[in-house]
Design a protein around this ligand. Structure first.
Ligand code: OOB
Length: 553
C-alpha cells in the first residue's frame, strides 16, 4: 500500500514530549541498549524465525490461539483496516480492552502504522476516558462490547459527544452503533510505512500525583530495551508460558517481562480473563503456565486458595510480585505456598524497573525490591533539599537512564517539578540501598494513593466530592489495610445548613460521576476541622495518624 499523504507530520519525541539529549541517546545506542527495533518489527522478526510456534492463547469463551505467523498477519491486516479508516502515523488511539486476543492484535496493528495506543484500563469510566481523549487528542477509541457487565459502547457514545477530535469507535465484539474491529477491511497490506525506532510507540498512564493521570510517552527503542532486559533477567525463552493476570495494558504485565517480554523471548502468552484463583489456577493447570506477575493482594488470595489445596500449580516456576510493597512476612510464605520461585519487581511506567535476581540469595529476595535492569540506570537517593543521603540511609529516589522518560506528554509545567534540571525523574518513592545495590522501598513522599497496586492522586477524587452541594471541604488519605496495603478514607467537612448526606451517598455521588471503581472512597468520615501544617496546608499525615488511632467506619 502506498504511504498515505498526511496533513499532520508524524510525531517525534521532543515535540509533544521531552526526549533524551543527543549525547545520552548516542551513549545508549553505542552501549547497545537502543538497537533500532520497533514493536512491529520485533513481531515480524519472531514470526520469520519461528512462524509455527504458539505466540498467544485467549482461552475464553472458546480457546483461540495464534501462531507467531498468524499474529503477525493479523496485525498487518488490522493495520490496513485502521489505515483505511484514516488512522495514520502519530495519531493517538485510546485502547481500552480487557485481556483478550484482540488487545494484542490492536497494539501491534497500531504500531505497524506508527499510530500510538493510549493505554486505558478496563476499570476507567467517563471522567478518565474523556480526559485521556482530550489530553492525547485521540482520533479513535477501541472498546469491548460488554465487559464485566458494563457496556463500553455506551461509554464510547458519551465520550464521543464530549471529545471533538474523536472520529472513530472500534468495538471488539458486537459493535452496536460503532464499527466492529472484525468488519474493518482486511485487504492484504503491502509494506506499511512503519515508525522509526526513536519515535513514540505509545502513551502509558501515570498513577498521578496532581490532578488526573499524566500520559507517559515511550519510544520503541527505550521500551524494547526494558523488555529485552526484563526477559533476560526472568529467564524467558521458548518454553516460557506466561499468564497475563493483571490488565494487559498496565506496564507491569506488559513488560516485566509480561506479554511483550514473553513474545520477545519466543514464548507463549496466555491471557487470563479474571485474576481470581479459580479462573487462574484452572488455566495454570490446563495451559502448563510457567510464569506470571501479581500484585501483593492477589498473591494473598492465591496463597490462601493454594493452602486449601485447590488447583494444580505444578508447572509454575516463577511468580513476579510488584506494583506495591510486598511485605517481608508475606514474601516468605510465597515459595512454600505456591511451590515456585519469587521475584520482586519495583517498577514504574515512567521507566526504571528493579528486579531481584534468580541467583540472589533467598534473604535478598524476600527483603528487597530488587536492583535496576541496566548498568546505565542512574539512581540517586536524596534528602528534602536534594542532597545525596549517606549510603544505606533512606531518602527520595531520583532516576535517569536509557528507558526512563525525560518528561510527560504535553505537561511542561508539571515536568518542571517532576524532573530535575539535569533530567532525573523524581519518583516520589522513599528507598534505601543495601550494600549489594538492591533497593528497599520504605514509603512514599508523593501525594498518591496506592490501593493494592492501583494508583491515583487524591486530588482527583477530592475535586469530585467538593462538587457535592453539602460539602465544604474534603481530604482523601490512605489508611493501612491488611489485604490491600492501603485503602482510602475521605474526611469530609459539611456545610452547616444543608441536609447532611450519609457516607453511602457520598460514595454514590463519586460513582455517578463516572470514575474507576477503585477510586471510590472505601470509608467516609465527617469531621469539623482538618489538622493543618505550620504553613496552613491540610496536614495529610495528621489526618492519617488521626485515622489510624480511631475506629474506622
Ligand atoms: C508499577 O508501575 P506504576 O507506574 O503503576 O506505579 C509505579 C509506582 C512506584 O513509583 C511505586 O510507588 C509503586 O508504584 N511500586 C512499588 C513497587 N512497585 C511499584 N512500591 C513498593 N514496592 C514495589 N515492588 O507499579 C510497575 C511497573 C513495572 C513493574 C512493576 C510495577
Amino acid at each position: 500500500m502506498p504511504a498515505r499523504p498526511r496533513a499532520v507530520p508524524a510525531l517525534t519525541p521532543g515535540v509533544d514530549a521531552p526526549t533524551w539529549p543527543e549525547e545520552f541517546a548516542e551513549r545508549y545506542r553505542r552501549a547497545g541498549h537502543w538497537r533500532g527495533e520497533t514493536l512491529g518489527g520485533m513481531l515480524r522478526a519472531r514470526a520469520a524465525a519461528h512462524p509455527d510456534r504458539i505466540a498467544l492463547v485467549d482461552p475464553q469463551p472458546e480457546r483461540r490461539s495464534w501462531t507467531y505467523r498468524r499474529l503477525d498477519e493479523a496485525a498487518d491486516r488490522l493495520a490496513a483496516g485502521f489505515a483505511g479508516r484514516g488512522i495514520g502515523p502519530g495519531d493517538r488511539v485510546v485502547v481500552q480492552l480487557p485481556n483478550v486476543g484482540e488487545f494484542v492484535e490492536v497494539v501491534f496493528a497500531l504500531s505497524r502504522i506508527g499510530a500510538l495506543p493510549v493505554f486505558a484500563l478496563p476499570a476507567h469510566r467517563d471522567t478518565e476516558i474523556a480526559h485521556f481523549c482530550s489530553l492525547s487528542g485521540a482520533v479513535a477509541y477501541v472498546v469491548p462490547d460488554v465487559h464485566a457487565g458494563f457496556d463500553h459502547r455506551e461509554l464510547a457514545e458519551r465520550v464521543r459527544r464530549r471529545s471533538p477530535a474523536l472520529r472513530e469507535v472500534f468495538v471488539a465484539g458486537e459493535p452496536g452503533a460503532h464499527t466492529a474491529l472484525a468488519d474493518l477491511p482486511r485487504d492484504p497490506a503491502g509494506p506499511l510505512p512503519g515508525p522509526e525506532p526513536h519515535e513514540l510507540a505509545f502513551l502509558q498512564l501515570s498513577g498521578g500525583t496532581t490532578g488526573m493521570s499524566k500520559l507517559i510517552p515511550r519510544t520503541h527503542d527505550d521500551y524494547l530495551y526494558s523488555v529485552r532486559g526484563s526477559a533476560g533477567i526472568c529467564g524467558v525463552g521458548p518454553r516460557t508460558r506466561f499468564l497475563v493476570v493483571l490488565p494487559a495494558a498496565h506496564n507491569f504485565p506488559m513488560s516485566s517481562p509480561g506479554w511483550l517480554g514473553t513474545l520477545y523471548g519466543g514464548g507463549t502468552v496466555v491471557l487470563c480473563p479474571q485474576p481470581d484463583p479459580a479462573t487462574a489456577f484452572a488455566l495454570i493447570g490446563q495451559e502448563r503456565i510457567t510464569m506470571t506477575g501479581l500484585v501483593p493482594p492477589l498473591v494473598a488470595l492465591w496463597t490462601d486458595a493454594a493452602a486449601r489445596g485447590t488447583g494444580d500449580l505444578g508447572s509454575l516456576e516463577l511468580v513476579l510480585v510488584g506494583g506495591a510493597k510486598y511485605g517481608e512476612q508475606a514474601a516468605r510464605r510465597l515459595e512454600p505456598a505456591l511451590g515456585c520461585r519469587l521475584m520482586q519487581v519495583f517498577g514504574m511506567a515512567e521507566g526504571l524497573v528493579n528486579y531481584t535476581r534468580l541467583d540472589d540469595d533467598p534473604e535478598t529476595v524476600v527483603t528487597t525490591q530488587g536492583r535496576p535492569i541496566s548498568p546505565d540506570d542512574e539512581v540517586r537517593i536524596v534528602d528534602d533539599d536534594g542532597r545525596d543521603v549517606p549510603e544505606g540511609e533512606c531518602g527520595q529516589l531520583l532516576t535517569r537512564g536509557p528507558y526512563t522518560i525525560r518528561g510527560y506528554w504535553r505537561a511542561p509545567e508539571h515536568n518542571a517539578a517532576a524532573f530535575t534540571a539535569d533530567g532525573f525523574y523524581r519518583t516520589g518513592d522513599l528507598v534505601r540501598r543495601t550494600p549489594s545495590g538492591h533497593l528497599v522501598v520504605e514509603g512514599r513522599a508523593k501525594d498518591q494513593i496506592n490501593r493494592g497496586g492501583e494508583k491515583f492522586a487524591p486530588g482527583e477524587i477530592e475535586d469530585i466530592i467538593l462538587a457535592h452541594p453539602a460539602v465544604r471541604d474534603v481530604a482523601l488519605v490512605a489508611v493501612p489495610d491488611e489485604y490491600l496495603g492501603e485503602r482510602t478514607l475521605a474526611h469530609v467537612i459539611l456545610r452547616p445548613d444543608t441536609d447532611p448526606p450519609t457516607p453511602a451517598q457520598i460514595k454514590a455521588f463519586v460513582r455517578e460521576r463516572g470514575v474507576a471503581a477503585y477510586k471510590i472512597p472505601d470509608l467516609v468520615r465527617f469531621v469539623d476541622v482538618f489538622p493543618h501544617t505550620g504553613v496552613g496546608k491540610v496536614s495529610r499525615s495528621g489526618l492519617r495518624s488521626a485515622a489510624a488511632s480511631r475506629e474506622q467506619r
